[in-house]
Design a protein around this ligand. Structure first.
Ligand code: ASP
Ligand code: MG
Length: 393
């Protein structure tokens, strides 16, 4: 089996979902478990609903609820227009999920607070909605899809908004639900879960990657594919550097180092489960499925040495990522160069950074996988660009 996770931009509209279906069709022989996120910006919209609910702003709640419903109706209509019966069934499922949310929000609106568990309940709606549509569209396209409720699979602790999975229970659930089915495609949701006690929980911001890795581990998958809208893991943030490079292959350790140091490609927690079982993670682009992407795997000594990526971390990012950080000054930022054997490039890296931000200190991480410098925040982008030019020109 393989796990294929499609992020928010990969399921953002009918065109994107149609692309997903063709990508999955090409992998049917490998028995995919497909994991989907909410459509892009929907989780944020649901956060807005939660905020407006707390504030007791019914008008805003209604506007956002209407947006949510009309967006999903529209996509279902675009995909299923030729199949009236399936379209109606899908609308009924969408409306059922939406009604549940609207009722809950209506009951809690103006009470002045929502518990973390209430928040998790609201946020879970996005993945449920997107997966209902993708599932119907897959069936309509002849894919024989079985929809699984990820809340029946992923069992977590009571950290409702950044819940930690119980691997034993989750494995047992996944094996029971997923193994032995003869469906062509199994489809479930990322991010959402249920606690031991049966309450709603979510795995934290960008948690769908983490779900995919855990499902992959539970199924002994031969590969976990993370489908996104960039071609693989890049040598720097494309918003900072114009000509980034794709990293064809990197080790679990390098990918984890990149994640912790602020390179926003894989969720930092995603790597652990895959690594524990040596399952390769492939990062691929759903807009360009024939691209090679990046492969994160065990290093048997064949992964090339030297700089692979440059990451930038601000104090705000660090708080959001809950990552380790050696600074907490809002005027500063941390620039890191990641790659095994990076110490060999130390002089070049130090020289380049000091050329822009004179006095800064550069330190090698304990694991030898990265060199980091704390620089003035307003020079940080320039430092990243100069390093990229020096190391990857
Ligand atoms: N929808 C959730 C989020 O936006 C989970 C995910 O997409 O990974 O954080
Ligand atoms: Mg994502």
């Amino acid at each position: 089996m393989i796990v294929m996770k499609f992020g928010g931009t990969s399921v953002q509209d009918a065109e994107a979902i149609a692309r997903v279906i063709e990508i999955v069709r090409g992998r049917l022989a490998e028995h995919p478990l497909v994991v989907v996120s909410a459509m892009s910006k929907v989780t944020r919209l649901l956060c807005g609903i939660a905020e407006a609910t707390i504030a007791g702003d019914r008008e805003q709640v209604d506007t956002l609820l209407d947006d949510l419903l009309s967006r999903h109706h529209r996509v279902a209509e675009d995909l299923l227009a030729d199949d009236a019966q399936r379209f109606m069934q899908t609308i009924v499922r969408i409306d059922g999920l939406w009604d549940e949310l609207a009722t809950f929000v209506d009951e809690t609106c103006g009470t002045g607070r929502l518990s973390d568990c209430d928040h998790a309940r609201i946020l879970s709606t996005g993945e449920l909605l997107s997966s209902v549509i993708v599932s119907a569209a897959m069936d309509a396209a002849g894919l024989d899809c079985t929809w699984l409720d990820a809340r029946d699979l992923m069992t977590t602790d009571e950290n409702y908004l950044s819940a930690r999975p119980d691997l034993e229970m989750t494995r047992a659930n996944v094996r029971e639900e997923a193994c032995g089915t003869t469906a062509g495609v199994l489809l479930t949701q990322g991010f959402i879960a249920r606690t031991f006690a049966g309450d709603p929980a979510v795995l934290g911001f960008e948690g769908s990657d983490y779900s995919a890795a855990i499902f992959g581990m539970c199924l002994d998958a031969s590969r976990v594919e993370i489908w996104t809208d960039v071609d693989g893991i890049r040598s720097a943030d494309p918003r900072i550097v114009a000509q980034t490079r794709r990293i064809p292959e990197l080790s679990y350790e390098e990918a984890a180092e990149m994640a912790y140091l602020g390179a926003r490609v894989l969720h930092p927690l995603t790597i652990g489960p895959a690594r524990s079982q040596g399952i390769p993670i492939c990062v691929l682009n759903s807009h360009q499925p024939e691209g090679s992407g990046s492969r994160v795997c065990e290093d048997h000594g064949d992964i090339p040495q030297g700089p692979k990526s440059i990451a930038l971390l601000t104090a705000e990012d660090a708080r959001e990522l809950k990552t380790r950080t050696i600074f907490d000054v809002s005027r500063k930022a941390q620039v890191s160069v990641i790659g095994k054997g990076i110490a060999a490039d130390r002089d070049r890296i130090v020289g380049t950074i000091r050329g822009i931000d004179g006095g800064c200190a550069v330190s090698l991480s304990e694991n030898g996988l990265s060199l980091s410098a704390i620089v003035e925040k307003d020079r940080a982008r320039e430092v990243v660009q100069a390093l990229h030019h020096e190391l990857f020109k």
